[in-house]
Design a protein around this ligand. Structure first.
Ligand SMILES: C[S@@+](CC[C@H](N)C(=O)[O-])C[C@H]1O[C@@H](n2cnc3c(N)ncnc32)[C@H](O)[C@@H]1O
Length: 305
C-alpha cells in the first residue's frame, strides 16, 4: 500500500501529465491560428509552432501581453495565455517584445529553413523563435543565435544549455563572426544589410531583412502608415547575385550596429516615393541610375531590374 506522501506524489505527476497533454492540444490550435492572418501554408512551420513551448523561454508568469498598443498582464501564470497571436513584453519599458507569432510564422515560412541547414538568428531575444527555427532544421542542422543585450543573451544561453545544435552568443549580429549560413533571420530593424549577412549567405541561401526608417519604431505622432515606416525584404543569393522581394510592412525594435544616418535618409525618401513591391534585386554598389532603384544608397541599392 502506498503511503499518503506517495499518493500525493503520484497525483501531482498525474495532474502534471494531464496539464502537459492539455497544453499540447492548446498549442496545436494556436499553431493553426497563427497560420491564418498571413495565409501561411507551410506544414513544417505549423508543426514547429505546435511543438515548441513559448512559456519555456519567456520565464515565469504572469506575463504582459501587448493588446491595442498597451500591455495587459495575464490574470495568472497559466501558460495557456501565451498561445494567442499576441506579442509578449520581454522588457516592456523599452518596448522590447517577443514578436507576433503570425508575423514570424509568415517570415519563417518565407525563409523556409530545411532539415540539416544552418540558420543564423540575429536579435534572438530569449530564444522562442530560435527554438522554432531549431525544430525546423532538426538535429542534423544547427542554429547560431545572437543577441546584443547582455541580460537577454544570458537568458538565451541558459535556455539552450545542453542543446549542442543551438549555439547562443552575446554580441552585435552585424559584426560578430559566424559560419556560412543557409538562412539569416534578422529580427531587428536595420537601415542597411550588414556586409557579413551578404558575405556569409550560402549560394541558394535566404536572408530575411527588416529595413526601417527613423519612424520605424515607438511613437508615431505624425501617424505615418506602417507601410511607409518599415519593410521586410526577402533576399535570395544566386551566385554573386542577390534577388530581393518585398515581403511585408513592419515596425520593429532597431538593430544596433546596422543603422546609419545616410541610409536612414535614403530609406525615408524611398518609403515616401513608394514602389517597394517592384524591387527585384539588391546590388552591392551604388552606381545605378536613380530611375532603376527604389533605394539608391552610396554603396548599395534595392533595384527594380
Ligand atoms: C524585436 S526584439 C525581438 C526579440 C526576439 N526575436 C523575440 O521575438 O522574442 C529585437 C531584438 O534584437 C536585439 N538586437 C538589436 N540589435 C542587435 C544586434 N546588432 N545584434 C543582435 N541582436 C540585436 C535586441 O536587443 C532585441 O532583443
Amino acid at each position: 500500500m502506498p503511503n499518503s506522501e506517495q499518493v500525493a506524489a503520484q497525483t501531482a505527476r498525474f495532474l502534471d501529465r494531464m496539464g502537459r497533454q492539455e497544453l499540447a492540444i492548446v498549442r496545436r490550435a494556436y499553431a493553426k491560428q497563427v497560420m491564418v492572418p498571413y495565409n501561411v501554408a507551410h506544414p513544417r512551420v505549423a508543426a514547429a509552432f505546435a511543438a515548441v513551448r513559448r512559456g519555456a523561454f519567456l520565464g515565469p508568469g504572469p506575463w504582459p501581453l501587448l493588446h491595442l498598443s498597451r500591455y495587459v498582464t495575464t490574470p495568472d501564470d497559466d501558460p495557456v495565455y501565451l498561445y494567442q497571436n499576441l506579442l509578449v513584453g520581454i522588457i516592456p519599458e523599452r518596448g522590447l517584445n517577443n514578436g507576433e507569432p503570425s508575423l514570424h510564422a509568415m517570415l519563417i515560412a518565407a525563409a523556409d529553413p530545411r532539415p540539416g541547414e544552418h540558420v543564423v538568428h540575429i536579435g534572438a531575444g530569449v530564444g522562442y523563435y530560435t527554438a522554432i527555427l531549431a525544430h525546423m532544421v532538426g538535429e542534423s542542422g544547427r542554429v547560431t543565435a545572437i543577441e546584443y543585450d547582455s541580460n537577454l543573451a544570458a537568458r538565451l544561453v541558459t535556455n539552450f544549455a545542453g542543446q549542442p545544435y543551438v549555439r547562443a552568443l552575446q554580441g552585435d549580429g552585424a559584426q560578430i563572426e559566424f559560419d556560412p549560413a543557409d538562412v539569416i533571420y534578422v529580427n531587428a530593424g536595420a537601415t542597411r544589410p550588414a556586409d557579413i549577412w551578404l558575405d556569409r549567405l550560402n549560394d541558394g541561401g535566404r536572408l530575411i531583412l527588416p529595413l526601417t526608417s527613423d519612424k520605424g519604431f515607438g511613437k508615431n505622432p505624425e501617424n505615418i502608415p506602417i507601410q511607409r515606416r518599415g519593410a521586410v525584404f526577402g533576399i535570395k543569393r544566386r551566385g554573386n547575385e542577390f534577388l530581393a522581394k518585398w515581403i511585408s510592412a513592419v515596425a520593429i525594435f532597431p538593430c544596433e550596429g546596422a543603422r546609419d544616418a545616410e541610409c536612414e535618409r535614403a530609406l525615408a525618401a524611398a518609403f515616401e516615393k513608394g514602389g517597394w513591391e517592384r524591387v527585384t534585386r539588391l546590388c552591392r554598389s551604388g552606381d545605378l541610375p536613380d530611375e532603376q532603384c527604389w533605394l539608391n544608397a552610396p554603396d548599395w541599392a534595392l533595384a527594380y531590374a
